[in-house]
Design a protein around this ligand. Structure first.
Ligand code: PEP
Ligand code: MG
Length: 656
């Protein structure tokens, strides 16, 4: 077995992200003359001449804080290709693996294509044909035909076959211009015959290599980004980040993140918020305009980004950095004070945990336990499925760190906008043939379809349940029968473990549900009969209620958790749980929004779980509010039909 870099330094080409940037950069001078292209609207020219050459951009602020630093771009790391000779019996599975990587690559290209609309006409005209060429190569192309041939006839593993075939086609294209063969289309009379010069041939060769690299990355399930090249204090600028990439960010190195893409409630955003990094999302066209090393000021509260700030802007930003540091110190003093309303009523403020790296932040924030442990972190960048022992060790670490406070462990919630790597490899992928993955086999549906995954997870949780209070939460429930089926599996695992002599506590972990679909919210009265607790997941609840993808940039302005339809569903679920005397909490991003928490308290909610970094500000709001005024606010808000008016009422309340 030998290992080769799929993109060695000599022939390292421009990955698509860089190509987009390069292409956009080439058209920059032409774009400057235009005043009405979509992406020019992003950068407001400085009105004040003393601002010099600074350029201002706007997006959606994700996490409060101001950072000043040099722009840095994430590099794609070379992927190591291990050459292997297949057994004849393995070729079928290898072809399936190849097809999955092709589908995944196609989805990525489609996503990039959807974002083209935000660029100027010139940039679109240059980039669109490139993406089309990529798409064609991932169709019934000569490239893929030959790769399949290498797998079946030469018994090469898929990575080797892709690398060898992409290189051989690239070589063929480079010297044979203009009579190069067509490699893209199924018929062999494609655009190869139109190649005009050597440069065009080299470009085509590079495109073949680029698509080869993409396929190999998707075969190897390698993360697309590496942040190791970035100096401490860098502002990471990127078009897009997968949650798996965001999980690799070290908050001690990255001062802030500015991203072209992204919704404020998608899992990348949740991850960034959890890491406490000031971030601005949805800054369309920014990555194409920024240059590595250029100084940038990022305000995660206002959602503003300033490139090449003037001395006056810089001085103001430095004052804000100092003010945030002072605020953090002041809020830190709240840590040991109780979360009680001004009349003394207790409120529970817990933390959401996405990554074990957050545990120290949770302790610092003074959280009363963990209200949502997203167990996806165990699977997200894993090379193999975490077995019972691996999971047990991870859960034990968290439960021990909670020192007697409760940990609510949510069973694996895969699917939707989360892309599964290790689960795909294990044949447990969600959304494989779902046209709308968010409406397909995700969350509890996926677990019930693969009870072995659920059983392993339940067994690992049960093993740590004697170490401290633990609850088990089911994601994405829509009907009571799903909960009943999950409970049967739970009881089966308990019986099996007891039979095998594993000592389990007398009182087993409670089994509860997430209320994150309109069906669960409206059916909370029935679900609550079987569920021992409920937790409202406002992120998905908003998405499913409003039919707005939480990860989408193009419909992001419509993603509004303050829409009265969402609020009424929250109200309905809360009333139902309170009537049944079932504990109910909120664990979506809404729970960490200090503007919204008084409304939720007025609706009867007393338990909130949020990113640790949000706890101090929420605690401050809780301690300053009275139950009566929260109830009055809720009555007033629930009469409204306009989300903008709801927002105004909440802002007015905060300023009272
Ligand atoms: C939610 O949907 O609100 C939630 C908390 O779950 P996740 O964000 O992990 O989907
Ligand atoms: Mg959810």
């Amino acid at each position: 077995m030998s290992e080769t870099e799929a993109d060695g330094p000599k022939r390292r080409g421009k990955p698509l992200a860089q190509a987009l940037r390069r292409l956009a950069g080439q058209t920059r001078s032409r774009r400057v003359a235009q005043t009405n292209s979509a992406d020019d609207a992003v950068a407001a020219p400085p009105e004040d001449p003393s601002r010099g050459t600074e350029r201002r951009f706007g997006g959606r602020g994700l996490y409060p804080g101001v950072a000043i630093g040099p722009v840095g771009f994430a590099e794609e790391e070379p992927t190591l290709v291990a050459a292997r000779t297949l057994q004849p019996s393995e070729t079928g599975a290898e072809l399936v693996r190849l097809d999955e990587a092709v589908q995944r690559s196609l989805r990525q290209i489609e996503k990039l294509k959807a974002r083209l609309a935000f660029l100027s006409d010139d940039s679109q005209a240059e980039i669109a044909p490139l993406l089309d060429a990529y798409r064609q190569m991932l169709g019934p192309s000569r490239l893929l035909r030959n790769v399949r041939g290498r797998i079946v006839e030469r018994k090469q593993n898929a990575e080797t076959a892709v690398m060898a075939e992409a290189e051989s086609l690239a070589q063929l294209l480079t010297p044979l211009v203009p009579a190069a063969p067509a490699v893209w289309a199924s018929g062999d009379s494609g655009p190869g015959a139109d190649l005009e010069d050597v440069e065009a041939g080299q470009r085509r060769a590079e495109e073949v290599r680029e698509i080869g690299r993409r396929l190999i990355r998707n075969l190897a399930r390698a993360p697309f980004r590496s942040f190791s090249n970035l100096a401490p204090g860098t502002v990471l600028v990127t078009e897009q980040l997968r949650p798996a990439d965001a999980a690799l960010i070290d908050p001690a190195r990255i001062a802030a993140v500015v991203m072209d893409d992204g919704g404020t409630a998608d899992h990348t955003a949740i991850m960034l918020r959890a890491l406490g990094i000031p971030a601005v999302l949805g800054v369309v066209g920014f990555a194409a305009r920024a240059r590595a090393g250029e100084r940038v000021v990022v305000n995660g509260e206002r959602g503003s980004v300033v490139l090449d700030p003037s001395p006056a802007t810089l001085a103001a930003a430095e004052r804000e950095v100092a003010a945030y540091a002072r605020e953090r110190q002041r809020l830190a003093r709240l840590r040991t004070l109780p979360a009680t309303l001004s009349g003394g009523e207790a409120v529970e403020l817990q933390a959401n945990l996405e990554l074990p790296a957050e545990l120290p932040l949770i302790a610092q924030a003074g959280a009363a336990g963990i209200g949502l442990l997203r167990t996806e972190f165990l699977f997200i960048n894993a090379e193999r499925m975490p077995d019972e022992a691996v999971q047990e060790a991870a859960y034990r670490g968290v439960v021990d760190a909670m020192g007697g406070d409760c940990t609510t462990i949510r069973l694996l919630d895969w699917g939707g906008e989360k892309q599964s790597d290790v689960l795909t490899a294990a044949g447990v992928a969600a959304g494989g043939d779902d046209v709308n993955p968010a409406l397909g086999l995700r969350g509890l549906r996926l677990l019930l379809a693969h009870p072995e995954v659920m059983e392993t997870q339940l067994a690992a949780i049960l093993r740590v349940s004697a170490a401290g209070p633990v609850r088990i939460m089911l994601p994405m429930v829509t009907v009571p029968s799903e909960l009943r089926a999950a409970r049967e599996i739970y009881e089966r695992v308990v019986r099996r473990m007891r039979r095998r002599g594993v000592r389990l506590p007398e009182t087993l972990p409670l089994l509860g549900v997430m209320v994150e679909t309109p069906a669960a919210a409206l059916g909370a009265g029935t679900l609550g009969l079987d569920a021992e607790f409920l937790s409202i997941g406002t992120n998905d609840l908003t998405m499913y209620t409003l039919a707005v993808d939480r990860a989408s940039n193009s419909v992001a302005p419509l993603y509004d958790p303050l829409h009265p339809a969402v609020l009424h569903l929250i109200g309905h679920a809360t009333d139902a749980a309170l009537r049944l005397r079932r504990p109910i909490s909120v664990c979506g991003e809404m729970a960490g929004n200090p503007l919204v928490v008084p409304l939720l308290m007025g609706m009867g909610l007393r338990s909130f779980s949020m990113s640790a970094s949000a706890i101090p500000r929420v605690k401050q709001v809780v301690r300053q509010a009275s139950l009566d005024e929260c109830r009055r606010l809720a009555r007033r808000v629930m009469e409204e039909s306009d989300p903008a008016e709801v927002s105004r009422l909440l802002t007015e309340f905060a300023a009272r």
